[in-house]
Design a protein around this ligand. Sequence first.
Ligand code: N01
Length: 553
Amino acid sequence: MTEIPLSVPYVDVVVVGAGFTGLYALHKFRDEMKMSVRVFEAGGDVGGTWYWNRYPGCRCDVESIFYSYSFDEALQQEWSWSEKYASQPEILRYLNHVADRFDLRKGITFDTRVTALHWDDQESLWTVRTDDGNSLRCRYVISGVGTLSVAKKPEFGGIENFQGEVLFTGNWPHETVDFSGQRVAVIGTGASASQAIPLIAEEAAELLVFQRTPNFATPLANAPIDAEQMRKIKEDYPSLREAARKGFIGVPYDQWLPSALAVDPDERRRVYDDRYAAGGFRLFVDSFQDILYNYDANETLAEYLRERIYERVKDPDTAERLVPKGYAYGTKRPLLETDYFETFNRENVRLIDVSEESIDEITATGVRVGEHTYEVDVIVLATGFDAMTGPILAMDLRGRNGIRLADKWADGPRTHLGLMVNQFPNLFMITGPQSPSVLQNMPMGIEDHVDFACDAINYLHSRDLNIIEPTEQAESMWLALVNAIADLTLMPQSKSWYVGANIPGKPRACFLYLGGAPTYRQTCAEAVAGGYTGFYLSKAQAFDSKAVVGEAV
Ligand code: N01
């Protein structure tokens, strides 16, 4: 291990990222725990996902009143949401408001990417390196790098040869993009594309949508929230939040029925019609419980959704190509859309099926598929992310004895509770792989995980300790549990980013804990109640931070 000169400054906690996680963690550690904290953020401002994803139509498909912080009652009372599902600009305004309200910016170093995190066995400290060439030492690291923040490298080449403009949904320009009069290609038909396509279609002269796999998509059913509704919500916040905590994905749905196969077709149809019209994730986690576990049950819903597509898309050939087949509903991220299917009824929109003949390359003038080049002026890449593990592994992360996280995770992630890793002490991965993560209302999962880290550190300090690290045995048991739950579901059968299948060469594993947020929370609470069962707690040799030469951060 390289020796770190004493001139490298020290803080108690380094937080990576200034999205929902980083802002809350900074407030919690600095203002409540009175610890010294430095946040590093690669972007030019706060917001994380909501800073980078600025494509037209970008919005959150979890209800605003749940997709927000619950930790501060005054914050809840002063902020009003204008829509049931907030748009990206509104969420970004909210996060800016939070940053100002809690005076967080001074704790954040912007435009600075963490490149390496190395554990120093002698000092029992992390050394954090950033892309401006600086280093910092700290006792604890909070990773708030996000789950969908590293773009997937497209399988096709030639992007650099394109003479027009190439745009990435996940790193969209800050200036408004004017598509009027343009011939536009959108590559991909996932959640991002399905939000952008209807709006780009309204402006562009011609829109070509390149689809490799059709997705199940259901209405979002967005609506404005008026002043009276918001007043009532604010009054009810305590009970709404409490109910949300009981929900499988952290939203208070409570009409889940046991089995799609236990009711007659009329009743099934009634339930599907009701949830389809209600919008959001109601079909996914508030219709019948067995659709995620039983293929026949799932097929009843899949067939219902196929019929809706045939109804909504006028051209039968296009409808046929938009209809998902060969995999179960919900095993790829269900899309929540507004006018997505109707967009394909427009004269200026064409669906290009690349399921059998794939995109070969981007040329100077367009997208080449086999012998044919589709000539366009702008290409929008909505091709997804190296999800869950990509953002953590993008840093050179080394634990005890220099072990690299990338090597440890060569066959897939190994964690305890999706939060911590054996041989990587004092590193808390907020909404990490093998936690409920993206299958939970993220701000709620983030608050839970940051609170876990704070409580653990308080517990350590109250016993004059300062190191927490999961045992290898706990990690193996967690892996077995995550896999066992996944195997009960239909999830592992599909080629989705939930199981790493969207990236060639990525290990196939279940990257999510699928037991639901309440069970997960209870498991974490039991570990805490047992005195952090599954974790080693220990004390590092004395480290005199006052002896460090250099600026206090
Ligand atoms: O990415 P994706 P995304 N040739 O991976 C296609 C969250 N999110 O950015 O399915 C042709 O889902 C790929 O095809 P296939 C949400 O969790 C949330 O859309 O691999 N096509 C697919 O159609 C979401 O799930 C919100 O065959 C290629 C698409 O690109 C996650 O972000 C909004 C291709 C990628 O879809 C990621 O969504 C938006 C190729 N070579 C996103 N390579 C909310 O509302 C890939 N594709 C909260």
